[in-house]
Design a protein around this ligand. Structure first.
Ligand SMILES: [Zn+2]
Length: 291
């Protein structure tokens, strides 16, 4: 995991920059964040236009320009609740089975407010056992996303290498869930215009970074999510750390008690009427239209 350290730090810096540039009405208290304070802020980002979601028309028309949510099942979402999307990167990893058990136990006890999540997968981690776990995630209503094949810094790759990183995992994901397109998250959060063109699906960044890969404690993971939560936020976690599993045991019921329902990214985008542009980069999916 050491290889992730330096580059994840860069990713955090980049994404923090994106958030600050994009957020006209700040909804989280950054002073409560555990994010590093040494990042350089610039105004050179070109992603700003992607953060304003046009409201859905009365009848949702499917277009190649936007992420198609027509088959996303939101029947179990309580629209009166605030929504928060949970995402797990570098999947499928060692504690995914334990995470799924936490969700399954919670959902059984809370059928009125079941929780789901989005798993961003690396194709090179697929084997018989991990694919079985991905299938189990699907039965819980989870969504699978693409996190490249080998977790490379894709901003440094040639066009053909970039396509290979994306397409190899697309093919594997399609075999598991039968879908022909998957949301994308770039390793280390590193994207550029070439990546946006090559991906041609929404690129999902994040609002709340638990930094669980750095060895943060159960309490720190819990606190950063709970203190920064807002309706439309996207939480970044990883499925390979026991502390994440333990934090989830309290986060799931406590977020429910706080009026939230935990969803996948596509579920939240659909319920919040956020049309995600293919090739656009997003750090949140706030409710659009009335209310
Ligand atoms: Zn990653």
């Amino acid at each position: 995991m050491k290889k992730y350290f330096a580059c994840h730090f860069l990713g955090v810096s980049l994404l923090t920059t994106l958030f600050l540039c994009a957020c006209s009405t700040p909804s989280i208290d950054n002073t409560a964040s555990v994010q590093p304070s040494s990042f350089a802020l610039t105004q050179t980002t070109t992603f700003g236009e992607d953060f304003d979601f046009p409201p859905l028309p009365p009848t949702h028309s499917v277009s190649d320009e936007f992420w198609d949510v027509s088959d996303v099942d939101v029947s179990a979402i309580d629209v009166s609740r605030r929504l928060i999307a949970f995402t797990f990167d570098d999947a499928p990893a060692s504690t995914l089975e334990n995470i799924l058990a936490v969700f399954a136990g919670y959902n059984e006890a809370n059928p009125d407010c079941p929780a789901t999540a989005t798993l961003f997968c690396n194709g090179n981690l697929f084997d018989e056992n991990s694919i079985a776990n991905l299938s189990a995630a699907l039965t819980l209503g989870w969504e699978l996303g693409n996190h490249t094949y080998s977790h490379a810094d894709i901003t440094t790759l040639s066009e053909s290498e970039l396509h290979a990183e994306i397409q190899r995992t697309e093919t594997l994901l399609s075999k598991v869930d039968g879908k022909n397109a998957h949301l994308f998250r770039a390793p280390f959060g590193r994207i550029n215009d070439e990546v946006k063109k090559a991906v041609n699906v929404p690129i999902i960044d994040w609002t709340i970074d638990t930094l669980d890969w750095t060895g943060t404690s159960v309490e720190q993971i819990y606190d950063v999510v709970f203190s920064q939560k807002f309706s439309g936020a996207i939480v970044l976690m990883h499925d390979g750390y026991p502390n994440t599993v333990d934090a989830l045991k309290n986060l799931l019921p406590d977020l429910k008690d706080a009026g939230y329902q935990i969803t996948s990214v596509s579920q939240m985008a659909k319920v919040h009427s956020c049309r995600l542009k293919n090739g656009g980069a997003y750090i949140r999916a706030r409710k659009q239209g009335n209310g």
